[in-house]
Design a protein around this ligand. Structure first.
Ligand code: ADP
Ligand code: MG
Length: 238
């Protein structure tokens, strides 16, 4: 049994077991997650839905190694996160995961190209190689003509496409997205969704998408719902 679980964690891009999280609010401990188990397979597209405040962002941040659980274990690409030092964790995260948020979090003083190249430069890829790869990624998301634009000169949908290109720069096994279309109008959200589906098909990258958008959830391989601190499978259409 123990061996099976360990084997499963090795083949999953991301997994967690019995994850709990509580926050201190004044003198009280508020339990947000009370035993979350999850395993994301290679190439899988998973949607996490749930009411506002149910803990979706909290869970996503812990799966991404950005925050520590109060109890439980997390594995990124088969490696347990807890024993890693801060710098080991940052390096492992940079190599294996990409992140996309509701607000693009692009660096305003840098061009689209420089923003996309950033994770590669942080990973010590040679600048010329990083720029070449960034240019190629921007072309893939339909922004070949926008490489020199700064975020302020781009539309909302274009910024989010730059953020997606940036998340893909290091060729991660999995991209974690927190309401990636939450700030976009429906037509632009649809374009971004089609882009994500195409990238998943072409690269076999896994996606974990927190979303309110039923259309997005319906296009994923699996939908889970966060409720009362635990994940439940959602059968059929969400
Ligand atoms: P969701 O993304 O599903 O809307 P969140 O994960 O952002 O939910 O938040 C879940 C709950 O945890 C909320 O009640 C929120 O107030 C609380 N919470 C989130 N982050 C913190 C924090 N850093 N300190 C205290 N409480 C927090
Ligand atoms: Mg949230």
């Amino acid at each position: 049994m123990t061996t099976d679980v360990a084997a499963g964690q090795k083949t999953a891009v991301l997994s967690c077991r019995d994850v709990h999280k509580s926050y201190r609010q004044g003198s009280e401990q508020v339990a947000v997650l009370t035993g979350v188990d999850l395993s994301v397979a290679v190439g899988e597209k998973l949607a996490i839905i749930g009411a506002s405040g149910s803990g979706k962002s909290t869970l996503l941040n812990m799966l991404g190694g950005l925050d520590d659980p109060s109890a439980g274990e997390i594995w990124i690409q088969g490696a347990a996160v807890a024993p890693m030092s801060e710098s080991e964790r940052a390096r492992w995260r940079n190599r294996h995961l990409g992140f996309v948020y509701q607000f693009h979090h692009l660096l305003p003083e840098f061009s689209a190209l420089e923003n996309v190249a950033m994770p590669l430069l942080i990973g010590r890829v040679a600048p010329a190689v990083a720029r070449q790869r960034a240019r190629q990624l921007l072309a893939e998301v339909g922004l070949a003509a926008r490489t020199a634009h700064k975020p302020a000169a781009l539309s909302g949908g274009e910024r989010q496409r730059v953020a997606i290109a940036r998340a893909l720069a290091t060729e991660p096994g999995c991209v974690l997205m927190d309401e990636p279309t939450g700030n976009l109008d429906p037509a632009t959200a649809q374009t971004v969704l089609e882009l994500l589906l195409r990238l998943n098909q072409e690269s076999g990258i896994s996606f974990v998408i927190v979303t309110h958008d039923r259309q997005i959830a319906a296009r994923m391989d699996r939908v889970v719902s966060l409720r009362d601190g635990c994940l439940q499978d959602v059968d059929g259409a969400p």
